[in-house]
Every structure is written in C-alpha cells, then in structure tokens.
Design a protein around this ligand. Structure first.
Ligand code: CAA
Ligand code: FAD
Length: 380
C-alpha cells in the first residue's frame, strides 16, 4: 500500500483546512445552538468544488480521487461536523450514485447542478420501521405505465429541507422482496411531496434532519435509476462508499478534539505546572494520538481500495466501525482534559463529543458494520 500523498492532495487538504478555520469556525457555536443550516458556507464549498469532488468533470465534478475526498472530510470535520455531513451526503451518496448508475439524461439534468452546489441532494432510504433492516421498505412506488406513484414516509433524512433533489428508495414489488426495490430521483415541490418535522438533535445540529412524506407523488419513469429492481443494490453499493466518508468524518472529529486537548494541556496549569506535565494527562494524549493514527490508516486504506478499483465493502465498514469508536473515546477524553471548561460550549470539545455519537449510528450502525465485516470474512 502506498498512499503517497501528492502535491495536489496536500493542496486540497490545505484548502479545506484553511476554509474550515476561516469560514466554518467563526459561527459554529451559534449554528449549533440555533440549529442553523450553514447556507452561506455550503454555497462557498460549492464554489470551492467540495460538493462534487469525485464526480466526472463532464458533469461539473472535480474528477478527484477518494483520498482527496477523505482529506477534505477530515479537515472540515475537525471544526464543523454539521457542514461535513452535508458534503458527505452530497458527494458520496448523491453525486456518486448518480454519476455511477444514472443515465445520460439524468446526469445532464441533475448531476450538473449537484456537483457545483447550485442544488443540494438527499439520500432517502431509512423509514420509521426500516432503518438497519433496510429491505423492510414500506414506501411503495406503483408502476402506472409512464410513471410511478410514490406513497410513504422516510425518516431522519439529512438535507431534508435544504435539498432540491432526493434519491428515494421504494418498494415496487413486495413479492420480490429486495429484488422488487427501486431508486428514484424526486424533485422538491412535486405535488404530494411534503417535508415533515425537523428533528431536534443531540449533535450535528447545524445539519437539517427531516422526515419526508410522499402522498401520491407522480414520478416519471425516466427518473428511475438503473434497471427495474436495482434499487436495493444501488443503495448498498452507494452506502459502501458513503461509509468511507463518514469514517473520515469520525476521524476529523477525533483529530479536532485531540488538537484542542493537546493545546489546552500546554497552557492550563495545575499544581504549579502545565497539566501536560502530569503523566495522567500526557498518557491520554498518547492514547488519543495512537488511536487516531490507526483510524487514519483504516480510512486511507478504504479510500485507496476504492481508488484502485478493489472491493471496499469491508475496508470501508472497518474504517467506519473503528474511527467512530475513536471519535467517541477521544472526544470524551478531550472534555476530561479541559476539566470544567470542557463542559462549556466556548471550548468546542463538548460539541465535538455530541457530534461524535452520530458516526456510530448513521450510514449503518456499528452493529451493522460488524455484520458487513463478518459476512465478508466468512463469505468464502
Ligand atoms: N453491494 C452490492 N450488493 C449488496 C451489498 C453491497 N455492498 N450488500 C448487500 N448486497 C445485496 C446482496 O448481495 C443481496 O442480493 P442478492 O440476493 O442478489 O445476492 C441483497 O443485497 C440483500 O443482501 P442481504 O441479504 O445481505 O440483506 P440483509 O437484509 O441481510 O441486510 C445489511 C444487509 C448490510 C444489514 C443492510 O440492510 C444494511 O446495510 N443496513 C443498514 C442500512 C444503512 O446503512 N442505512 C443508512 C441510511 S443513509 C444514511 O444514514 C445517511 C446519513 O446518515 C448521512
Ligand atoms: P434500528 O435499526 O432500530 O436499530 C436499533 C438498534 O438495534 C441499533 O443499536 C442497531 O445497531 C441494533 N440492531 C438492529 N438490527 C440489528 C442486528 N441485526 N444485529 C445487531 N444489532 C442490530 N437515513 C437515510 O436514509 N438518509 C439520511 O440522510 C439519514 N440521515 C440521518 C441523520 C441522522 C442525524 C440520523 C440520526 C439518522 C439518519 N439516517 C438517515 C438514518 C440512519 O441511517 C438510521 O438511524 C440507522 O441506519 C439505524 O436505523 P434505526 O434508527 O432504525 O435503528
């Protein structure tokens, strides 16, 4: 394995680092408090090319590799995981799904707007009774010849209200189980499509998470992605790459918390010396750095697997499983290093701790990652 970061990789990483510090950091506490979507910042990220990094240049994408993408995800997530999940969903679920499996007309009509940030996308698989058990879809899309009629409810959808285009997974033939599932492109504003309540969340409070209600929504047949019955595989294949992005998000949250804890320990004094001189604190930093380095290796390996055209189902799941645990452990310890200040919003680590938890839940819980990994191990 040679991750060999090129000059170009370092440039894009530095651009993301700079953007995070100058554009995301200033309002991050306020956005978290007010559950405010980072509209201006998302617009700027579109201009910088962060919203369609891996998509084909032909459709306005950056044509970059997955290594570049995880470097950007890590840097943004060090400061603002609400902003980075918007980037993650748009890049690896929506743009990648359309670029890889959409037809020419779909790419021309939708992808060209999504890669530039002119429009934002959402990926809609989960339902009130179908989260981990994703084949138990209750949303139906009934074939009416030249269109489908979509009915049902999706839950916890990231970019739920901010999106313009939604990739919606629905059951078209219950008898066929997962082979009777399809994926559709649905536009905001279509008759019968309603954005439901906004969730009041523990973390990533700047990202908007909504339920979506479909009531006899007419979806033209040309908006189905791929062959009839491809929807579940579409979702699984797309999520395999998505998990690499969330692993990088977890890595960024952990790195951000570690850097804050390290810096704080060098200036805060107790018992006549900086607290980093107490071995109990220094050892926490050693554990954090070791775990983060291990997580970074897994994240880079999964990105590298994807870039090399190798299978990345397992390596992406391992990266997400491990990095999300590291994010939890590191942020909890970063709060501890900060003492009372760690419990106060101004010092950022309490937010990172709240943000870390979601990385163990979305795009497949940690238990689901273990299912993916163990099935992969035992397959042959
Ligand atoms: N690639 C291609 N095909 C795949 C696949 C993959 N990675 N994983 C499964 N499949 C195929 C299987 O081969 C099988 O097809 P065949 O019968 O033709 O072989 C079919 O899908 C069904 O597979 P399983 O029998 O393994 O299905 P299962 O019911 O046991 O579930 C699961 C498997 C891995 C648990 C899956 O349901 C899963 O991933 N659940 C978690 C859902 C999830 O991650 N949701 C995230 C929502 S998006 C989100 O969260 C975004 C965000 O927050 C920002
Ligand atoms: P459940 O499936 O009910 O699981 C509950 C518990 O049981 C978990 O601990 C789980 O690991 C465990 N469990 C379930 N089955 C098994 C099993 N077979 N073996 C062992 N343990 C098991 N979804 C989207 O489609 N699009 C989005 O954009 C999106 N964004 C989200 C944003 C946020 C903030 C949140 C909170 C969720 C989001 N989700 C999204 C949904 C998310 O993917 C699901 O919450 C997640 O997949 C888990 O599903 P669930 O909540 O129904 O939990």
């Amino acid at each position: 394995m040679d991750f060999g970061l090129t000059e170009e990789h370092l440039m894009i990483r530095d651009a993301a680092r700079d953007f995070a510090r100058t554009e995301l950091l200033p309002g991050v506490i306020e956005r978290d408090n007010l559950q405010k979507f980072p509209t201006e910042q998302v617009k700027k990220m579109g201009e910088l090319g962060f919203l369609g990094m891996m998509a084909s240049p032909k459709y306005g994408g950056g044509g970059m590799d997955t290594i570049s993408y995880v470097l950007v995800m890590e840097e943004l997530s060090k400061i603002d995981a609400s902003a980075s999940v918007i980037v993650s969903v748009n890049n690896s679920l929506v743009c990648w799904g359309l670029d890889t499996y959409g037809n020419e007309a779909q790419k021309e009509k939708y992808l060209t707007k999504l890669t530039t940030g002119e429009s934002i996308g959402a990926f809609c698989l989960s339902e009130p009774e179908a989260g981990s058990d994703a084949t138990s879809q209750k949303t139906t899309a009934i074939d009416k010849g030249d269109h489908y009629v979509l009915n049902g409810t999706k839950n916890w959808i990231t970019n739920g209200n901010s999106a313009d285009f939604y990739l919606v997974i629905a059951q078209t033939d219950k008898e066929k189980k997962h082979k009777g599932i399809n994926a559709f492109i649905v536009e905001k504003g279509w008759d019968g499509f309603e954005v439901g309540v906004k969730e009041d969340k523990l973390g990533i409070r700047g990202s908007d998470t909504h339920s979506l209600i479909f009531n006899d929504v007419k979806v033209p047949k040309e908006n189905r992605i791929g062959e009839d019955g491809f929807g579940f595989k579409f979702a699984m294949k797309t999520l395999s790459g998505g998990r690499i992005g969330i692993a990088a998000q977890a890595l960024g949250i952990a790195s951000g918390a570690y850097e804050l804890a390290r810096d704080y320990s060098k200036v805060r004094k107790a018992f006549g010396t900086e607290i980093c001189n107490h071995q109990a604190i220094a050892f926490k930093l050693a554990d954090m750095h070791t775990n983060i380095t291990a997580a970074r290796h897994l994240v880079m390996q999964s990105a590298w697997d994807k870039d090399q055209g190798r299978n990345y189902d397992m390596s992406g799941a391992m990266a997400k499983l491990f990095a999300s645990q590291v994010a939890m452990d590191t942020t909890v310890e970063a709060v501890q290093v900060h003492g009372g200040n760690g419990y106060v919003k101004e010092y950022h680590v309490e937010r990172l701790m709240r943000d870390a938890k979601i990385t163990q839940i979305y795009e497949g819980t940690s238990e689901i990652q273990k299912i993916v990994i163990s099935r992969g191990l035992l397959k042959d």
